[in-house]
Design a protein around this ligand. Structure first.
Ligand SMILES: [Zn+2]
Length: 117
């Protein structure tokens, strides 16, 4: 992959990374605030624990994605970005454009989803 394209994906990944970090920080903040609010009664507390669980699930997804984005940035540094980490096939530009942190080509992605990898 030429340097210009690589820079392009690097920027995309770094932007996504910042967004994720912001979201994770903000979600953590909301969870704490829901916890510390002394004016909430019991019914609200139940609703709050639901909210917290939801926020926790959210954070979990965001963190998992952050990990993928970090890995992709590491692959840019290592010079292996744009290749399937499983079979080393070159990834389609279209796929990278949509999901720049993707690790697998379509074939390996399918295998992975079926639990074959
Ligand atoms: Zn592959």
């Amino acid at each position: 992959m030429d340097k210009k394209r690589l820079d392009y994906y690097k920027k995309k990944l770094q932007t996504r990374r910042e967004e994720l970090l912001n979201t994770i920080a903000r979600t953590g903040q909301e969870g704490r605030e829901a916890d510390e609010d002394p004016t909430v009664d019991l019914a609200d507390k139940a609703a709050n624990s639901y909210t917290k669980e939801f926020l926790f699930g959210q954070t979990h997804n965001d963190r998992a994605l952050l990990q993928l984005v970090d890995d992709a940035i590491a692959r840019i540094r290592a010079g292996t970005f744009g290749m399937c980490t499983q079979c080393q096939a070159e990834l389609q530009q279209k796929r990278l454009e949509a999901v720049p942190w993707t690790r697998y080509c379509l074939v390996c992605q399918e295998k992975q989803e079926q639990g074959l990898l």
